[in-house]
Design a protein around this ligand. Sequence first.
Ligand SMILES: Cc1cc2nc3c(=O)[nH]c(=O)nc-3n(C[C@H](O)[C@H](O)[C@H](O)COP(=O)(O)OP(=O)(O)OC[C@H]3O[C@@H](n4cnc5c(N)ncnc54)[C@H](O)[C@@H]3O)c2cc1C
Ligand SMILES: NC(=O)c1ccc[n+]([C@@H]2O[C@H](COP(=O)([O-])OP(=O)(O)OC[C@H]3O[C@@H](n4cnc5c(N)ncnc54)[C@H](O)[C@@H]3O)[C@@H](O)[C@H]2O)c1
Length: 501
Amino acid sequence: MTDSTHYDLIILGSGSGNSLVTSEMESRRTAVVDRGVGSEGAFGGTCLNVGCIPTKMFVYAAEVASTVRDAARFGVDATLDGVRWRDIRDRVFGRIDPISEGGRDYRRDADHTDLYLGHGRFVGDREVEVVITRPGGRHEVGTRHRITADQVVVATGARPRVPQVVLDAGVPFHTSDSVMRIDELPASMVVVGGGVVAAEFAHVFSSLGVRVSVVTRSSRMLRGVDEEISQAFTDLARQAWHLHTDARPTAVRAGGEGVELDLADGATVTGELLLVATGRTPNSDDLGLERTAVRTHDDGRVAVDEHGRTDAAGVWALGDVSSTYQLKHVANHEARVVAHNLVHPQDLRTVDHRYVPAAVFTHPQVATVGLSEAGAREAGYDVTVKVQRYGDIAYGWAMEDTTGLFKLVGDRRTGRLLGAHAMGPHASSLIQPVIQALSLAGPEGGPTAEQLARGQYWIHPALSEVLENALLGLDVQPFHDATAEYDPAGEHEGGTPLDVA
Ligand SMILES: Cc1cc2nc3c(=O)[nH]c(=O)nc-3n(C[C@H](O)[C@H](O)[C@H](O)COP(=O)(O)OP(=O)(O)OC[C@H]3O[C@@H](n4cnc5c(N)ncnc54)[C@H](O)[C@@H]3O)c2cc1C
Ligand SMILES: NC(=O)c1ccc[n+]([C@@H]2O[C@H](COP(=O)([O-])OP(=O)(O)OC[C@H]3O[C@@H](n4cnc5c(N)ncnc54)[C@H](O)[C@@H]3O)[C@@H](O)[C@H]2O)c1
């Protein structure tokens, strides 16, 4: 153990935490502590190395394969001659790994930051012990370091949660941390879980030719999304994959094609590879928080106030370790707020969780923002909904899309939008005008559906006309009919888009 070193700031976690070192921090001494993610122990956090970025690169390759398979329908004859998995994988990580290594080296070599590549654990409110676990920094693996600081930010993210029945079985299994680096595509795969990670990987691997079974304890996939969209997606998933809903695994063993699962409904499922996608646990349990005043919620999230402050003076938290939303755009937003607050204690900014959007990059894409229909009814609104089919607008018709839906939830009395939920091509981009309308509303409220539809041009015949038509189809009173005393719910949060029960 070396002597204790004092810093202005300690950051635990190099994902969104790494972006806290803004130009405003440059005159201050900062320690960045990170133990790495995935089988490679990579620097830069989940999104870059084992999350958003690699998954979407695989999704893109999967879509190229699907487009080729589907081409004959449009009079273009093409055959999918093969899928070179190792080339797909190596293209993805051949682009990502240098960025991760470059980020690590930059942080290690910067004048005002010290990098500790290891596990950090609190020994007091603003005192941390680090055990170096990774090479690539300035400290030898195995050495221990005591560091203190005026302020500490906990940005340690989350990790895959694995059901006990899988752990007890002692069979090999993968999570999102490891499955993208496998050497060979299996012939078959069992995915346990029915949420976002399951939906994205089932799409990727089935498009690349793997026979995919999905096992979820929920009655629908993507249960956190508006029920109509979640049900429509589940119906399509049943056609694409061997889908077992309401089906928790009760026993897991080696056997069959590699691994065999008994399900609560009596069925048995087998596959060559087992992928576990049953949610993510905040990395707060191995942080030594019991030695601090930092409080956690029952689900393990670090408790923070609206400025990102924990209960311990000078200790902040952001991202997956503390947020209700395990999403990168939320972690980034919280990091921007905390970065400001660290250097402006007299002018604290507040996180904005009113309208958190989310998208699932599966097939078809799913996107969501604001209140679901059920959520809006529960909140007491006079709810009106419009479900616009992609196939009924010009570009969707040109694509011969038969499954795409764009659903708007509105308030009949004010004519304003409450939420949007879409399933179909480019849903993640098409939903953005609704996010904008909800988020940028002034004190007098956002634009009405009619104002949003008719207050601007919509490029014809672009796919965005699906939103224009949905807006025009909402059964709402004109704006001036809104009654002054009507305030069913007062302030409301946008809901937890991907919060799966
Ligand atoms: C497969 C997958 C796909 C995803 N796709 C998307 C997407 O498309 N869009 C989206 O918005 N979000 C997506 N996400 C979620 C997104 O990746 C996370 O919300 C985001 O990366 C969280 O950032 P963070 O900074 O909070 O944590 P992380 O990026 O996880 O960073 C935390 C860091 O802290 C380190 N750490 C943990 N404990 C310690 C410790 N004790 N000492 C030292 N270091 C420690 C970890 O090793 C890690 O490097 C995806 C997630 C997964 C798993
Ligand atoms: N596109 C994106 O934004 C994106 C992509 C991937 C991940 N993420 C983030 O990562 C987080 C974690 O994703 P996830 O899919 O692992 O979790 P999730 O919470 O979305 O889904 C977990 C699923 O596993 C099921 N489940 C849980 N335990 C089970 C069991 N024992 N047996 C069978 N099924 C079980 C649940 O019913 C649910 O369907 C998400 O909340 C999301 O915020 C986001």
